[in-house]
Design a protein around this ligand. Structure first.
Ligand code: FE2
Length: 229
């Protein structure tokens, strides 16, 4: 028997419960009447959970991977951003001009709008993203990567938003599916399949601050390369 708790439309458990119940990633907007709470269908990925989470928190791939969904192929520059380690893991604030509207709705953002994306990593395999939209709009995405095996992952993505709260869910599902399919194609092709936790193995750049921090968190948990997969 394993302990279980229901949160954000999902059943969470812990395979090696010891002492206190592990802290679940917070999503206070879930169930808040000001927000629409959405649980799209899960996604099965033939890749490791570590690779998937690292892809989710990467800010440099929008122009290369998501240029059909929301980003601009001609805007690959990543402005400098800050990352800090926290008591739960890691927090990144990323300001840029990369709109989060689907292509068909990009006229809704003022030309000079600065987009803030706040990432919070809950190691080993969860990460939250809050996107700050115009007019105080907020989109919260919880990326919960559940390892099925070392190199298979079932991805759950509870979402809340305080705008278009009566909008059709099919549009949200479709946009979400498009983005995660674009990510999946990359995650499944990355080699090595397990996330290298030795920082000497790959070259890292300033834009990799978040993923470098994520790898450090996994290393500090005592994971090795094989277990990060
Ligand atoms: Fe992505």
């Amino acid at each position: 028997m394993f302990p279980a708790v229901e949160r954000y439309g999902l059943i969470w458990t812990c395979l090696s419960p010891q002492g206190a119940w592990p802290q679940l990633p917070p999503m206070p907007s879930w169930g808040d009447p000001l927000y629409q709470s959405i649980l799209p269908p899960f996604v099965d990925i033939a890749g490791s959970a570590g690779r998937q989470v690292e892809g989710f928190v990467d800010v440099a791939h929008f122009a290369f991977v998501h240029h059909e969904a929301f980003a601009d192929r001609n805007g690959p520059e990543v402005p400098a951003y800050q990352t800090e380690f926290t008591d739960f893991g890691l927090r990144t604030e990323y300001w840029s001009n990369v709109s989060n509207y689907p292509k068909a709705l990009q006229h809704l953002a003022p030309d000079d709008f600065s987009w803030l994306r706040v990432y919070e990593i809950y190691p080993p395999f969860c990460a939250g993203l809050t996107v700050h939209f115009p007019n105080e709009g907020r989109l919260n995405i919880l990326n919960a990567a559940s390892p099925v095996s070392a190199r298979k992952t079932r991805l759950f993505v509870p979402i809340t938003r305080n705008f278009d709260t009566s909008g059709p869910l099919d549009d949200v599902y479709a946009f979400n599916a498009q983005i995660f399919a674009e990510d999946q194609a990359i995650v499944e092709r990355q080699r090595p399949e397990d996330l290298p936790l030795d920082m000497q193995i790959e070259a890292h750049f300033a834009v990799d601050r978040t993923s470098a921090g994520y790898r450090r968190l996994l290393r500090e948990m005592g994971l090795t390369m094989a277990y990060a997969g």
